[in-house]
Structure formats: C-alpha cells, structure tokens
Design a protein around this ligand. Structure first.
Ligand code: AMP
Length: 409
C-alpha cells in the first residue's frame, strides 16, 4: 500500500512529503481506509508505530475539503507533552492545507490560558487537549464543540491510569452525538473496553502486534550493585559512541541526584521531571532536539512525551515498576524503523521486576559483562516469577495492580 492509494488532497500530500513519510506504516495502512469510510475505531497500538498520523491524515483530509469555520476535531491526550507532539504533527502535515490547531493543556501562565481561549473563540479547526484543562475551558463556555465531527482518544489507557475517566465522560457528554470516535490505546484493560462500549458505535477493531519493542532496538542488561551504576554510565557515555541519550529513573529524586552527579563528572545533562515548569521542560526538549544537549535524565513522564528522531541510547538507571513502561521507555530509541540501543541496569532488588519484563516480551535480554575493573555484579536470581499470561501480554497490565504499587512520577 502507498499513500497515493488514499487519494489525499494534493496539499496534504505536500505535507506528507515535507514530513518525509514515504510509505504508510502498518497502523496507517489499516486505520486510514476505515476512518475515511466514517467508521468508529478501537485500535490497540503502541507509540512509535506512526499511530498519530494514522488518525490525523484522514481527519485532515476531511477538514481540508470542508468549510473551515468550526472546531471539527477534538483529540484528547494524557499529557501536555503528547498534546504538543500531536500538535506539531498537525502543523507539519497540515501546513499546506491551511488547517489550524491548538494544543490545550494545564500549567503555564495566564498568557498561555488566554492564547488557548482566544484560539478557541476564533474557531480553531482542531483542538488537542488534556482532559483537565479542556474541562476548565468548557466550564468557561468559550469552546464551542457543536459542529464537532471527530473525537480521538489517544493513549486512552494512560488517560485512565491518570484518573481521567470521569473527566472524559464529562467532556463527551457535551459533544454532538453524531460524530466519529476513534480510540487508540497501547493496552486493552477491561476499563478501556467499558469506555469503548459506552462511547463508540459499532467500532472496527485493529490490533497491531502485542506490546513488543521495535525490532531495531538492541536490548542489553547489566546486573549491577547501586554503587556501580554511576561509574558504568560514565564509562558508557565517555566513549562518545552515543550522541543522543535518554536516561530513565523511576523517581524524580533519583533523576535530580543523578543529574547533579553526572554534571560533576563532566557529562552535559539536564533533568526532566514533573517539578519543572512548562517553560523549563520545553527548553530542555528543544536543546535535546537541536543536539546541543546530549543527555536527558527523566522519569516516565518523559517516556510518553518525547518524540525525537535519532536517539541512539536509552538507559534504564533502574527497572520501571510497570513492565509496559519498559516498552515505552526503550521505544524512544529506534523510532520509525531506525536502530538504537537500550541498556537496563538491574540491581539485586530489581531482579524480580526485571523478570516480569522478560515475561512480557517473551525473551531473554542479553546479559552484558561489566568491565574488568568493576568487580563482580550481583548474581541473577529473581525468585518466583509471575505466572505467564499465556501469550496474551495485555493481561500483564490488567494484573498490574495486584503486584505493584505504581507511583506517578
Ligand atoms: P507515533 O507512533 O505517532 O508516535 O509516530 C512515531 C514516529 O514515526 C514519529 O516521529 C512520526 O513522525 C514518524 N512517522 C509516522 N508515520 C510515518 C511514516 N509513514 N513514515 C515515516 N515516519 C513516520
């Protein structure tokens, strides 16, 4: 299948070309015809697969050939970073088609709120919003969604994890009943099914492979004691082989400590976590994207929010509490069929959690030997493994709450 099979408006084709998309990804080949055919859709698909463009392209196609006067599409996303990434893709794809969009998210100062308000009063074509902030705008009566035709829920599972279920229902209650609804989620826990049954009409379903890391990622693991981790990072980074590096830690305190330590070691790094102001987050991401900053250290907030091409290395300074977060973290490298390396540090305490990850991805991640002058790392002995989910990895997330107490970073 090629993009020309979809008969997109020439201006949209120009947008596609300017973004450098040559061939549709599997989710795009499957979703675009269904959405163009006005079907509701529930798609089980991870980030990194081209899922954003799979719903944006048909929505943009529709808007480009219709009257641009009202807000036609609402995209709900869990975090401001994701909302901004989606907005950037709209800007790229719709540049020549003259379609307007605004990302609406919380935080920031009064000026940002005012900008969002103005754009909505002026009747922006596409609103991309986090649920909380959208509700604030809905309550103020500024946003008019009477002519809405598309509702997209992106990363719906993460929105529910973040406690947005009621907010989503509230938002939907203010939308026209006649609309096309598209739900994208990396996992399908029962709550997502319930939500889908409530808000979708005879949906088509797409399931793009199970949660598996992209084939281009070389995964590696080091069994280490905590006091070996910093030295190992320095050793890995000082070789200069990796130009663009993300380091994930599960707690923001660890992020801050590690950032201080690495900077003392002469490594140019910045921390990224939920305590940063919006402005600070954007500055860090901009520097990283422009390659003036080689290393970002962040919590899992970063794993969902960052879409940068050419990340060569992801390091898990510790093992994420939820095995699915491992996939999200390492999915930041090897985007769109390139290659990258993902290295995980596993101390004695994290071995059991690590074994759950190997269960989830259904294979053993190659063990690396510590450099000679490091001494021995801990022996791998994870103890009792979580029972296998019989090949249906989605169950991993359903069962999560039984065995891990997730902390929002
Ligand atoms: P997503 O899964 O939407 O987060 O997309 C992952 C990355 O793939 C983003 O950087 C997109 O710009 C890129 N992408 C999306 N569709 C294509 C395509 N057809 N060809 C090449 N890159 C793409």
């Amino acid at each position: 299948m090629t993009f020309s099979d979809f008969n997109f408006d020439p201006q949209l084709v120009e947008g596609l070309q300017s973004m450098g998309y040559v061939k549709p990804t599997p989710i795009q080949s499957q979703a675009i015809p269904l959405i163009l055919d006005h079907k509701d859709l529930i798609a089980c698909v991870q980030t990194g697969t081209g899922k954003t463009a799979s719903y944006l392209l048909p929505v943009l196609q529709h808007i480009s050939i219709s009257e641009k006067k009202y807000t036609k599409a609402l995209i709900l996303a869990p975090t401001r970073e994701l909302a901004q990434q989606i907005d950037q893709q709209v800007e790229g794809l719709a540049y020549f088609a003259g379609i307007s969009s605004i990302a609406v998210y919380g935080g920031g100062d009064g000026m940002i709120y005012e900008q969002q308000r103005r754009a909505m009063i002026d009747g922006v074509d596409i609103v991309i919003a986090t649920p909380g902030r959208l509700i604030a705008h809905l309550a103020s009566g500024v946003i008019k969604l009477d002519h809405l035709q598309y509702l997209v829920l992106d990363e719906a599972d993460r929105m529910l994890d973040m406690g947005f279920y009621e907010d989503i229902l509230r938002i939907i209650s203010s939308l026209p009943k006649e609309r096309q609804t598209l739900l994208f989620s990396a996992t399908m826990p029962p709550k997502i099914r319930t939500l889908a049954n409530t808000i979708l009409k005879n949906p088509e379903q797409i399931n793009i492979a199970l949660s598996q890391p992209a084939a281009g990622i070389s995964q590696q693991v080091y069994m280490v004691y905590d006091n070996q981790k910093i030295k190992l990072i320095s050793t890995l980074l000082k070789g200069g082989a990796y130009k663009s590096v993300l380091i994930f830690c599960s707690r923001k305190e660890t992020v801050k400590d590690l950032n201080r330590t690495l900077r003392k070691e002469g490594i140019k790094s910045e921390a990224f976590h939920s305590d940063l102001e919006q402005q600070q987050r954007e500055t860090v991401l901009r520097a990283f994207k422009s390659r003036t900053l080689p290393v970002i250290i962040g919590t899992d907030v970063l794993s969902r929010g960052i879409d940068v091409e050419g990340i060569s290395l992801v390091i898990n300074f510790d093992v994420p509490p939820d095995p699915e977060d491992y996939i999200h973290r390492i999915g930041r490298t090897a985007r769109a069929e390139t290659t990258g390396t993902a290295i995980t540090f596993v101390n004695e305490k994290d071995q059991r959690k690590f074994s759950f990850i190997e269960n989830l991805i259904g294979k053993e991640i190659p063990r690396m030997t510590l450099p000679e002058d490091f001494g021995e790392g801990p022996v791998y002995s994870p103890g009792m493994k979580r029972p296998s989910s019989g090949g249906n990895q989605r169950n991993g997330r359903n069962k999560k709450k039984v065995w891990v107490n997730r902390k929002q970073a």
